[in-house]
Design a protein around this ligand. Structure first.
Ligand SMILES: [Ca+2]
Length: 416
């Protein structure tokens, strides 16, 4: 049966009058107007959009055994029709304008692209909530034997497993500090001419009670993504300084400690105070502490890097630019920031002997750094040939498996 359309008018908007009720569609925007009593969509319609209520009231209802039941009434600021719009299935209820109503239409593609780019765990959360809601709705309609079509959101591949694993690992990492599962290992930084150990880089290790050793690449990124790097970084700073005092007391008062500081720690207002505090308590010579930062720190406007570095220098610590050669490696950083040391990334050192271009790059970085008064540390030295070449070009410091992997405090003290 055809609905008696009594009037259609087209201008900047399309107005359709059915049974005396008007639906107006603005043609050049996503706004829609519905007069009181208009059905916006019906149960079982295929869906390609959701709606946000700008003005008015709408009612969501369903028919149960020929009886109309109202599921919800919604007002300005609320969204409806999102479930079917997300996975393109049928509407599970009918939406009707209770009074003259204005809606903004959000097409399915807009919704889906937002959902697809969301964190896997948020997708999972959304799926769980929407499916639970669908289940409730279906029980309401058919008490005792509700069935519903589960929302998939990401039918191509189920991304929830890695998301759950990650969140579990995050919870474990949260308690790792309290359970004393974190430890610092120390990799020697040696003088390439004499092979004498001049300092150590403090590297974080996690020995999980049940899972065993968790590789740093699995948890350091995670700690940086969450704010966990802040309390962990604070512990690292404290522990590294205490161990440095022990190294200096027992063996060599000149030995230095390189401590990695993430961009996130940098933007923490408390960091500088904590650094000053631990140095005061341990009575450490600040000049023997080298804070290793990456380019991301210099690029992060929130941390106000120049002021931050200047304050660290005022406290007397040294600053090393880590992993140079990866990322942008902008030379302007070297001109703009008062850095003391440049660490040449391991990838260049690894390629140096096979690839003449890498060798030339290492030589050029070395010369450039020396030209502006910086020390150079070569990372990832694994072969005697690399050591020899670096020493020949005047690179003063290096670290890598050739000398030693990162070892616990007791083993490190033996190396001095
Ligand atoms: Ca480092």
């Amino acid at each position: 049966m055809w609905a008696p359309v009594t009037k259609v008018s087209i201008g900047t908007e399309l107005a359709i009058v059915i049974h005396g009720m008007t639906a107006t569609i603005e043609l050049d925007s996503a706004r829609r107007q519905y007069s009181r009593g208009t059905v916006i969509f019906r149960e079982r319609d295929r869906a390609n959009c959701a709606y946000v209520i700008e003005k008015g009231l709408i009612e969501i209802s369903t028919d149960v055994e020929d009886e109309r039941r109202v599921l919800a009434t919604m007002g300005p600021g609320e969204m409806f029709g999102e479930m079917a719009a997300l996975d393109g299935t049928e509407r599970s209820a009918t939406a009707t304008a209770v009074e003259d109503t204005e809606l903004t239409l959000i097409i399915s593609d807009q919704l889906r692209s937002r959902v697809e780019s969301a964190e896997p765990i948020l997708k999972l959360l959304l799926r769980v909530i929407l499916n639970r809601f669908r289940h409730e709705q279906s029980l309401f309609r058919h008490p005792g034997n509700g069935s519903y079509e589960a929302l998939t959101l990401d039918p191509e591949h189920d991304s929830s497993r890695p998301a759950i694993d990650k969140i579990k690992l995050e919870s474990e990492l949260r308690s790792a500090l309290e359970r004393r599962e974190l430890a610092l290992h120390y990799q020697p930084i040696v003088n390439l001419a004499s092979t004498k150990v001049e300092g150590f880089e403090a590297l974080l290790r996690w020995q999980h009670g049940k899972l065993g050793r968790i590789p740093p690449q699995k948890f350091i990124g995670l700690a940086e993504e969450t704010a966990l790097i802040v309390p962990i970084g604070r512990w690292v700073l404290e522990q590294a300084c205490h161990d440095l005092v022990r190294f200096q007391k027992h063996v060599n008062s000149d030995v230095s400690m390189s401590i990695n500081v993430s961009a996130r720690q940098f933007s923490e207002p408390a960091f500088l105070g904590e650094l000053a505090d631990v140095m005061r308590r341990t009575r450490i010579d600040p000049n023997t502490i080298k804070l290793e930062i990456t380019e991301s720190v210099l690029m992060d406007y929130r941390s106000a890097p120049l002021r931050w570095i200047e304050q660290c220098k005022r406290l007397g610590t040294q600053i090393a630019l880590d992993d140079f050669g990866t990322g942008f490696s902008s030379l302007s950083y070297l001109a703009s920031f008062p850095i003391d040391t440049l660490k040449i990334d391991r990838s260049f050192v690894a390629a140096m002997q096979k690839d003449p271009r890498s060798l030339k790059i290492v030589r050029a970085i070395n010369q450039l750094a020396h030209g502006i008064g910086l020390n150079v540390v070569a990372e990832g030295i694994e072969e005697p040939g690399q050591h020899k070449e670096l020493a020949r070009m005047g690179c003063e410091l290096g670290q890598g498996f050739l000398f030693s992997r990162a070892v616990c405090f007791e083993e490190a003290i033996e190396l001095l």
